[in-house]
Design a protein around this ligand. Structure first.
Ligand SMILES: *Cc1c(COP(=O)(O)O)cnc(C)c1O
Length: 372
């Protein structure tokens, strides 16, 4: 038996460095509800990311759901079928009808040229995803949103620390949502955040994540409990000291994969656009069955026989899940590119502590399988 290589592995800071943080929490006896670590972590995060206002959450899904509430989004929202299912679930939890639009073949994000045809009098917002950390065409999406008076809420769960032309991608759109789940580039075990552009919105978000309490006696609307606790915030604060090293290792790994797979017939690696500083939350490759000699599924299962566990992100499409399948926009004929990409893509193992020798083993195997 060879060593098992899983698609991901969380990056943890040194345990002994976390102990002083815990001691502080034990001294404070303040575990949640806007404690000192919560406050400190929000400040540090805003500075690190280069954004003005951020509100941290207990997880990314509750941040998505709350973001829609914060802007009072109703009716229909244009979104992508090529994402993690939480993107669309957040609409469902707000009684909003998702309208799926096809994706771009290169960056796997919602194709802006197909958005206008999906707008109806009920449309109130666009919810795109920066898939795999590839920035959406933010300028074009904003141009369309401005013409039709729509809000833009980015699911930026993959885009932690991603910059475009030197600026955080989170400075585009009305709101951006982050996830700090264990599997992400930056984790607080579970966690998430909403980035917004003004203080008033930040206050509204803070209130919504705490039951709607404005003060001791006034509850202004039915908020939820989505607060980040002090242990998560303290851990996040410590993680921030290490995240640049995590990202550097990911970039190194991506470079090695790129190099070892560049001549493999039928395997196409992801291209990072000019001007983007990427963080490689995933390492997706496209498998062209005719050129490679195996379908994506055949390769995916074959790799498992050698203890290499990729992940078919994103397959099935969200639009293929029972809850959403019946929607008119969910048909494969409306989503030809997403349908094709979903059949051809597989994410290879990628995490901060992935060893170079493991990448060599994975790529040698992929190359050998092709040669056969
Ligand atoms: C991880 C993820 C989420 C959900 O975040 P959680 O913190 O796990 O709730 C939402 N959208 C996308 C695109 C994700 O990858």
């Amino acid at each position: 038996m060879s060593k098992k290589i899983l698609v991901t592995q969380p990056a943890l800071p040194p345990l002994e460095e976390f102990v002083p943080y815990l001691e502080k929490i034990w001294d404070n006896k303040w575990l949640t509800n806007n404690g000192p670590f919560h406050e400190q972590f929000e400040k540090e995060l805003a500075e690190y990311l280069g954004v003005k206002y951020i509100s941290v959450f207990s997880n990314g899904t509750l941040a998505l759901i709350t973001a829609l509430q914060a802007l009072r989004i109703t009716g229909e929202v244009i979104t992508t079928p090529f994402s993690f299912v939480a993107t669309t679930h957040s609409l469902w939890w707000n009684n909003i009808k998702p309208v799926f639009v096809d994706i771009d073949d290169k960056n796997y994000n919602v194709d802006p040229s197909k958005i206008e045809a999906a707008i109806t009098p009920q449309t109130t917002a666009i919810m795109p995803v920066h898939v795999y950390g590839n920035p959406c065409d933010v300028e074009e999406i904003q141009r369309i949103a401005d013409i039709y008076g729509l809000r833009v809420i980015y699911d930026a769960a993959h885009a932690f620390a991603v910059r475009k032309d030197g600026q955080s991608v989170m400075n585009w759109g009305d709101l951006s949502i982050l996830s700090f789940h264990a599997t992400k580039v930056f984790n607080t075990i579970e966690g998430g955040a909403i980035v917004c552009q003004d203080e008033k919105t930040k206050q509204r978000i803070d209130l919504l994540k705490n039951f709607g309490f404005r003060n001791e006696t006034t509850v202004i609307e039915p908020g939820i409990n989505a607060k980040m606790n002090e242990l998560q915030a303290a851990y996040g604060s410590l993680q921030l000291k290490y995240v640049d090293s995590y990202i550097a290792k990911r970039l190194q790994s991506a470079k090695l994969y790129d190099e070892l797979l560049k001549d493999t017939p039928g395997i196409t690696c992801m291209k990072v656009e000019e001007g983007v500083s990427h963080t490689y939350p995933y390492y997706p490759v496209r498998v062209n069955a005719l050129e490679y000699g195996m379908t994506r599924d055949e390769l995916y299962f074959k790799l498992q026989e050698y203890d290499i566990f990729g992940r078919r992100y994103f397959y099935p499409l969200i639009s293929d899940f029972p809850t959403y399948k019946g929607l008119p926009s969910a048909s494969a004929s409306n989503l030809p590119v997403a349908t094709q990409v979903s059949k051809e893509i597989v994410c290879l193992p990628m995490y901060a502590n992935l060893e170079a020798e493991d990448i060599v083993r994975i790529c040698s195997l992929i190359n050998e399988l092709q040669a056969r």
